[in-house]
Design a protein around this ligand. Structure first.
Ligand code: UDP
Length: 318
């Protein structure tokens, strides 16, 4: 047996970050989870009772100091929901720019492998469908979403520059819409919002006419994909997501059906720069790592709905 691997995860108390910590622990890693709890919560980590896990309250926009050996840096930290980055636009920019520089600086110093979770938002409102990694995107640089989109684009640029100029062993994954347990019920995203509304028998708020599409990946599939990309040897961006594409109206109808809710759909204004279509081309991930998602959207939604029902019961919401 080799030495135990040490992974640092930034954004460890977030939705995807906490699932990634769980996964790395099952792989036998020692995991150092960093978060400043800006949008994450310790509730996502409190189930972990492994001596191999350490949590540290760290704001990665400050210099990051980690004692000892580090083999991998998984850099996830960032506000990721439109509501969040509209409320804290400057911080979103800063974590994408300064935070990424610090996270990659840590990897460089430790001679660790570095992976950044970028986003399908780098494609903006795409003119190419489905989106391949070669497509450069259609982003409004001054729109309300731009603080996230451009920060992630800049973070990708930073990552490639450190790779090219300084030889840091980097990976870039572009995450498409992901859902599952531990999403925040009020983070404004379609899946948790619709589930909450359906469980409360409230109207489901579909923005626009609901014809815009998204492709939804269950979190366990996604985390497996992230891990596999870290293990492969490829430095250009790799899309990770589930290619099964739904209109937002179909998503709302599906959630109403699974929850057997009495809710109806109401239509509200479409947010500025809301992308019209989004579906990943995942050929590159498949070719390089053999990865593809295995959880059907109905099954993943079912599990997520069960988790939210339990969450609301514990909270005493209803
Ligand atoms: N959406 C909606 N109602 C909501 C929340 C979101 O119709 O209550 C729409 C939103 O306008 C977008 C899609 O659902 O077209 C996915 O939104 P989300 O915030 O989940 O992800 P993103 O826009 O970042 O892909």
């Amino acid at each position: 047996m080799g030495e135990q691997k040490v992974s640092v995860v930034t954004g460890a108390a977030g939705f995807i970050g906490s699932h990634l910590c769980d996964y790395l622990l099952t792989k036998g890693h020692r995991v150092i989870g960093l978060d400043n709890l800006n949008t994450g919560t310790l509730r996502n980590l409190e189930h972990i009772d492994s001596g191999d896990f350490v949590y540290r309250n760290v704001d990665i926009t400050e210099f990051i100091e980690i004692p000892g050996r580090v083999d991998y840096v998984y850099h996830l930290a960032s506000p990721a929901s439109p509501i969040d980055y509209l409320q804290i636009p400057l911080h979103t920019l800063k974590v994408g720019a300064v935070g990424t520089r610090n996270a990659i600086g840590l990897a460089k110093w430790k001679r660790a492998r570095f992976l950044i979770t970028s986003t399908s938002e780098v494609y903006g409102d795409p003119e190419v469908h489905p989106q391949t990694e070669d497509y450069w995107g259609n982003v409004n640089p001054i729109g309300p979403r731009s603080v996230y989109d451009e920060a992630k684009r800049y973070a990708e640029t930073t990552t490639m520059a450190y790779h090219r100029q300084q030889g840091v062993d980097t990976r870039i994954v572009r995450l498409f819409n992901t859902y599952g347990p531990r999403m925040r019920p009020y983070d404004g995203r379609a899946v948790p919002t619709f589930i909450r509304q359906a469980l409360e028998d409230k109207h489901l708020t579909v923005f626009g006419d609901g014809s815009q599409t998204r492709s939804f990946c269950y979190v366990s599939d996604l985390v497996e994909g992230i891990y596999r990309v870290m293990e492969c040897h490829y430095h250009s961006p790799i899309n990770l997501g589930n290619p099964s594409e739904y209109t937002i109206k179909q998503l709302a109808e599906l959630i109403i059906r699974i929850t057997a809710s009495k809710s109806e759909i109401i239509y509200q204004a479409l947010p500025t720069d809301d992308p019209k279509r989004r579906r990943p081309d995942i050929s590159r991930a498949k070719e390089l790592t053999g990865w593809e998602p295995g959880v059907a959207v109905e099954d993943g939604l079912q599990r997520t709905i069960e988790w939210f029902s339990e969450y609301f019961r514990e909270e005493g919401t209803f």
